[in-house]
Structures are given as C-alpha cells and as structure tokens.
Write a protein that binds this ligand. Sequence first.
Ligand code: ZN
Length: 137
Amino acid sequence: MSEYNGPLPVLEGHSADFYGYCKQGELRFQRCGGCDAWRHVPREMCAECGSWDWAWALSSGQGEIFTFTVVGRALHPAFREAAPYAVTVVEMDEGVRVLSRVADVKPEDLEIGMRVRVGFEAVTEAIHLPVFYRLPG
Ligand SMILES: [Zn+2]
C-alpha cells in the first residue's frame, strides 16, 4: 500500500456503497429503475425522470478523457510532490463523468478523447480509489 496522506472520501451513505464496490474491484454507478439513466455522483432522485427507484449497476470500466487540467502548484500539501499533475474528467461509456487521474500517462501526453479503463489504487485498507489507465489504440 502506498503512503497516501491526501484527503479521503467519507464512507457514509451512498459514498460508503460506492467505495465498497471499488474495494471489490468494481466500478458501479446508480442506474434509474424508471428510465435506465445512469448517474454519478450518487443522489436519491433521477434528474431525468424524477424516479426514486434505482440500483447499483456495473460499469464497463471504460471511457475517454472528457477534459483535464494540469496543476502546476498543488492546492493541497499532500500533492506537492506530485505536481505538475493532471486532474482529469473521464466520461464513461455509460455517459457519466468521473473526476480522477490517468495514472500511466504524463500530463503532457494526455489528449481529450483518449481511451482509458479503470483500475483501483488502495490508498488505505478501506479505500481503493478509482484511477484510470490508457487503453491501446
Ligand atoms: Zn430516471
């Protein structure tokens, strides 16, 4: 396990469920029982149809870089050594967007539209953060 002293998600409610799946190596998002729309970040009601019916659905784990920004001066002391680094928004094939990073690509080599797949980085015993890796092609 790497030495991680960055901020951690609070494991309560839907967040605890989301990261519980991550620990099992599964990326899951809420999917509406009324209209099948995917959503992230977790919330109670569907913004598309207003339904309160939903379930955790397994993602393909693949998507593409929607956008990114390169941080030259870390805004949190824990990330000082990592700078410059790219904060990346990945649009999953299901349509939802995830704020993360691409672990195996240098910031200067990132491109919008680059295909990526999810992996999980164990930063604590309980928390395995979803990160992304470049897909060939
Ligand atoms: Zn819906």
